[in-house]
Design a protein around this ligand. Structure first.
Ligand code: CAA
Length: 385
């Protein structure tokens, strides 16, 4: 076993770190306060090839491995998790499924520009529409319907909490086509935001990742051509679950980044802040916190990398991605809370970043499957084996 990264992986990590520090850090606090989507930064990410990292070069991507993606997600999330979630959704919830299961025509029309993140000089990204007002964790109980009309489906319903909701041009939408068949009566469709009958609802006013663009999306008699269905009839739920298994590695890496960002700031602060005549880092009460942060972060990192490695090797990563997600997100919440504590009163104000990281950490325990859902997945996998 070799724990070292390849030269290429190390270069990608350095490039992501450089991008985060030079282009995301300035005004990250302001964007959070104003709930402003970082369009320029995401456009730069696209130019650098980070919006389609794992897609094959012939389809507009960078052809990198999942380990590199984890490294890049960690570095960008240390600084701005609102930018990294946009990158994560495009890479793992949108592009992966299109590349794995799209027809050649779907790939030519959608995968290529989405992997480049640009079309006609404008930002061109996607979103993944599964959650509904009454179907979050219980994802099989979809109320959005797509009724078969021969050459097209008629799509009706509402999707909630959609990341990239208004900035995306393309939506992957899960909808019920045959309620009697339960999870086997669900299909996935490629829908364009500009089509007649598609409405972007109000922007959510969130606790954290406030710079990310979260909306409900409403479909009212939207005509979806049959060739926009992904896979065979009834494949949609399996498609969504497989997609989320990969997506969860991205969110685990995001949580890891939030935790390591808070840890790096705490370490630097503890070395320079003095109390009782010496740096607070020399007080055991603080040193033990730093030691526990470092240990949990390293454990989360190993889980993320193992899940990514399994995916790169073509192995089943369902269990390890859920393990990485639940452990890294709980680590992020714990580490950021301790980081605020290490900073004391300064931690509770915006300028020191850790209060934002603490607010950003919370969502990693909820989206792309709550911690409870991850435990269901892990438990079922464990009982299978
Ligand atoms: N791969 C392939 N197929 C899978 C699968 C997987 N990983 N997991 C389940 N399936 C299949 C099952 O085999 C089963 O198929 P059969 O009927 O043919 O046997 C079918 O799907 C139904 O599976 P379950 O019986 O296990 O379904 P369930 O109702 O018990 O639900 C669950 C399981 C794990 C709780 C699932 O509903 C789930 O993951 N819920 C959470 C959904 C989620 O993560 N939502 C996040 C929304 S996206 C988001 O947050 C995006 C964003 O913008 C950031």
């Amino acid at each position: 076993m070799d724990f070292r990264f390849t030269e290429e992986q190390e270069m990608i990590r350095q490039a992501a770190r450089g991008f985060a520090e030079s282009e995301c850090l300035p005004d990250v606090i302001g964007r959070d306060e104003r709930q402003e989507f970082a369009r320029d930064q995401v456009m730069r990410l696209a130019e650098l090839g980070f919006m389609g990292m794992m897609v094959a070069p012939e389809y507009g991507g960078s052809g990198m491995d999942m380990v590199s993606y984890v490294l890049a997600m960690e570095e960008i999330s240390k600084v701005d998790a609102s930018v990294s979630v946009c990158m994560s959704v495009n890479n793992s919830l949108v592009l992966w499924g299109l590349e794995a299961y799209g027809t050649e025509a779907q790939k030519q029309q959608y995968l290529i520009p989405l992997a480049k993140g640009r079309k006609d000089g404008e930002l061109y990204i996607g979103a993944f529409l599964l959650s509904e007002p009454e179907a979050g964790s219980d994802a099989t109980s979809q109320r959005t319907t797509a009724v078969d009309h021969g050459d097209h489906y008629l799509l009706n319903g509402t999707k909630n909490w959609i990341t990239n909701g208004s900035s995306a041009s393309v939506y992957l939408v899960m909808a019920q086509t045959d309620p009697a068949k339960g999870s086997r009566g669900i299909n996935a469709f490629i829908v364009e935001k500009d089509w007649l009958g598609v409405t972007v609802g109000a922007k959510e006013n969130k606790m954290g990742i406030r710079g990310s663009d979260t909306h409900s999306i409403i479909f009212n008699d939207v005509r979806v051509p049959k060739q926009h269905r992904i896979g065979e009839d009834g494949f949609g739920f399996s498609f969504a679950m497989q997609t989320l298994a990969g997506g969860r590695i991205g969110i685990a890496a995001q949580a890891l980044g939030i935790a390591s960002g808070a840890y790096e700031r705490s370490l630097a602060y503890a070395k320079q802040r003095e109390a009782f005549g010496k740096p607070i880092a020399d007080h055991q009460a603080v040193q033990f916190k730093l030691a526990d942060m470092a240990t949990r972060i390293e454990t989360a990192r190993l889980l993320c990398l193992k899940a990514a490695w399994e995916k790169d090797q073509g192995l089943d990563y369902t269990m390890s991605s859920s393990m990485a997600k639940v452990y890294a997100s709980e680590t992020a919440m714990w580490v950021t809370t301790e980081a605020v504590q290490v900073h004391g009163g300064y931690g509770y104000v915006k300028e020191y970043h850790v209060e934002r990281l603490m607010r950003d950490a919370k969502i990693t325990q909820i989206y792309e499957g709550t911690s409870e859902v991850q435990r269901i997945v892990i438990g079922r996998q464990a009982l299978k084996g």
